[in-house]
Design a protein around this ligand. Sequence first.
Ligand code: ZN
Ligand code: ZN
Length: 387
Amino acid sequence: MHNRRDFLKQMTLLGAAAILPMSFALGQEDVVAKTVDPLFTVPNRNILNPKRTPRKIAIPNVGSFQVLKGDFHMHTLFSDGYVMPKARVHEAVENGLDVIAITDHIEYRPFFGGKSTQLRERNDDHNIAYDIAKPEAEKNHLILIRGTEITKSTMPPGHFNAIFLKDVNPVAEAVADWKKMLAVAADQGAFVFWNHPGWVAPKSGGLEKGVPMSFTSEHDDVRRKGYLHGIEVFNGTSYYPIVANWCNEMDMGLITTSDIHVSEWNQYGSQNPLRPMTLILAKDRTEDAIREAFFARRTIGWAAGLILGRPQWVEQLFNACVETAKNNNSLQLTNRSDIPCQIQIDNNIHELKPQSELALPVDPALKKFTVANWLIGTAKPLEISIG
Ligand SMILES: [Zn+2]
Ligand SMILES: [Zn+2]
């Protein structure tokens, strides 16, 4: 039997029953191999990315810190997302992330409580997505952080993510009082950040249309109590420039997330370089080190070609990524990272692409340039001094 046709002919001649002992004689595998016709098989591969190699994002270390890539706001079927928790793990690995947090809503779980007994039994268990994804994450060397989204329907307070939780259920038990939810999360050692502060959605915990976003006295109250540590500056496709100044003024962490609900493929396609993520300057690639970095405010957002972060860390990241040399009337720049830089001198912007070099003729008296797409405050690009 050399091909499928021969095999089918044999089948017909011998009858289906006769093939069974023959398959034992040949070895089951052998029979299966000979029945595969490459013209009639569906390749188990993404045809646009046939090797399905995980995205490699090259970013040099910043001093003694590794630069890890993470997404700390993601939904699954266990709230209002469209995918299972294990799929989030595979998507993250393919997109070159080191760490994710699945943060399903506590208050909004529209797919829950259906006919499946198993789901009904776990209806009050808010750790279920983490429990399902955790073994898969370990198998794939992805760091999975336990998290949740606290989802209030008025603004203030809006929505918050609590990550590095030990158990989501006690937070859920305090559902009647949002400040208590934050207190319980903080008591577990969680890092809590305010989500999408400029989202317009009056009935779902967003702003009324036409009302400007503001850091309210309610938010300031929980910040002062130590229950609120960061704010999203970029969420999905929304960018909130004012948050950069708030974080500088109040010593809070800048967070950039996808808040993804559909599949990665449907939202961003495959390995999209504009995909939002938070860069973490961590002492090592462990959950403890990532948590330490969050509380030390060493997080930098990267989305839609923009870098956004606290001034000190953005400057150090730039110096780690880009080598700068000036001699007399020429400026040489070497980008050793996968992050694009827009080098601005006077009113001219020069693209310094990932992993590339640029030589610019400059005035010998030039003392500094700006990096137009690397921001250290609201509408405030990074300035680099040159000797
Ligand atoms: Zn939300
Ligand atoms: Zn969300």
